[in-house]
Write a protein that binds this ligand. Structure first.
Ligand SMILES: Cc1ncc(COP(=O)(O)O)c(C=O)c1O
Length: 417
């Protein structure tokens, strides 16, 4: 459920017509709904066993305002870089609720995490363990660590967002897990407290979760039998969301039932890392139609938003519903909806049926709140689109549009030019 609805023929974010925001900030822009963010976080958290740490995966949407909205509800943060660490702290997430994931942490990032005294590092390899041990020891600190294991489970999602198969770069190879724990136990500055996994994103079946969680729980029991003190289990994120009416991924409560069943009686601190589920349907990208261009065999709707603003369709062939901002009962037409970027992959939708639109009309690309603005670039010297947060009848620009002057001011001339 989300809070983007037509009222009096106008698509609104909560109580604010998107056309009003467009008039104030120009297009394209991202718009997020506070009520939807809050609802998604609450529904997900309530589906988890009591006491679980729900560490919002900042990579899905790193807007400070979004993180803070969630932090105020008690969210922790799952971060994957020193940059995300700074953002999570700046948005008010307590360090005691921050989990540092990621396959390539630098020494500087580790040091920053240790200085902030974050809850946990999810370490993805023995090589990384050695470096974390060195960095922690040099500071006289101890890093609380979960080892992220690769359970070799097929998440049955898109290959490009699958992370838990043996061929993926993530996690410690299943055959090396015991050796990695033994290695970690001998290292100074390391306290191995848990087992972590994350098998992929936009997961729409519960079976892979059942399989992976059962492996993780069995591993915790096995390690405990070997004398390790394993007090935490991190089951990652990845629950899929509906990108259109035909998709019906499992509801948080069904996913929660799988989690509960897996960890029942384990007596371990549970950590989960949802990202997409919280933010995807809490955000839209609003664009203006620049041209309706008749091609040889098709008609192109050329928007002022491009793949630099939202790369998911180009990168993953992802589907996003696209709707007119002003409700229309015009006859349906079939368009290729494209952006202005000089790439043929700058295509939001091929052969998409939409009510007939004209140049100047506004359209909303739905479900754009996760992996949208965070993956944007300034390709073609197109400034990053602004981000706007709505709450009831209020809206605020939380990140202004990046101007070309901003971009130029960040470059420097070499002496010889
Ligand atoms: C380690 C980790 N945790 C959590 C997530 C969040 O996944 P999602 O946004 O699908 O919930 C990701 C995303 O791929 C991830 O890599």
């Amino acid at each position: 459920m989300n809070h983007f609805d037509y009222r009096d023929g106008q698509l609104c974010a909560e109580d604010v017509p998107l056309s009003e925001i467009a008039a104030a900030v120009g297009t394209p822009f991202y718009c997020y709904s506070t009520a939807t963010l809050e609802r998604h976080f609450r529904v997900f958290s309530e589906a988890m066993p009591k006491g679980a740490l729900v560490a919002y995966a900042v990579k899905a949407n790193g807007s400070l305002a979004v993180i803070k909205t969630l932090a105020k509800l008690g969210a922790g943060a799952d971060i994957v870089s020193g940059g995300e660490l700074k953002k999570a702290l700046a948005a008010g997430v307590p360090a005691s609720k921050i989990v540092f994931s990621g396959v390539g942490k630098t020494r500087a990032e580790m040091a920053a995490g240790l200085d902030a005294q974050i809850y946990q590092f999810n370490v993805e390899g023995e090589e990384e363990l050695d470096v974390l041990s060195e960095v922690a020891s040099s500071k006289g600190a101890t890093a609380s660590v979960a080892l992220r294991v690769n359970p070799d489970v097929d998440a049955k999602t898109l290959a490009k967002i699958s992370t838990g198969k043996a061929e993926n770069k993530f996690g410690i190879a299943w055959s090396r897990v015991k050796a990695a724990f033994a290695h970690a136990a001998k290292l100074p500055g390391i306290n191995v407290a848990g087992v972590a996994l994350h098998i992929g994103s936009q997961i729409t079946e519960l079976g892979p979760y059942r399989e992976a969680f059962a492996k993780a729980v069995a591993l915790v029991k096995n390690l405990r039998a070997d004398g390790y003190q394993i007090s935490r289990i991190d089951l990652g994120g990845g629950l899929g969301v509906p990108y259109n009416d035909k998709m019906a991924p499992p509801l948080p409560e069904s996913y929660g039932a799988v989690v509960r069943e897996a960890v029942a009686g384990l007596d371990a601190q549970l950590i989960v890392e949802p990202g997409r589920l919280i933010t995807a349907n809490a955000g839209v990208l609003v664009a203006q139609v620049l041209y309706v261009k008749r091609g040889e065999a098709r008609e192109f709707l050329i928007l002022d938003a491009g793949m630099n603003d939202l790369i998911r369709p180009a990168l993953y062939d992802a589907w996003h519903d696209i709707v007119p901002v002003r409700h229309s009962s015009a006859h349906a037409k079939v368009y290729d909806v494209v952006g202005p970027v000089c790439e043929s992959t700058d295509l939001f939708a091929r052969d998409r049926e939409l009510p007939a639109v004209s140049a100047g009309d506004l359209v909303a690309i739905l479900s754009a709140g996760a992996y949208g603005a965070v993956q944007a670039s300034s390709y073609n010297a197109r400034g990053l689109a602004p981000e706007v947060l709505v709450k009831g009848r209020q809206f605020a620009v939380t990140r202004p549009r990046q101007t070309v002057d901003d971009m130029i001011s960040q470059e420097q001339w070499p002496d010889w030019l």
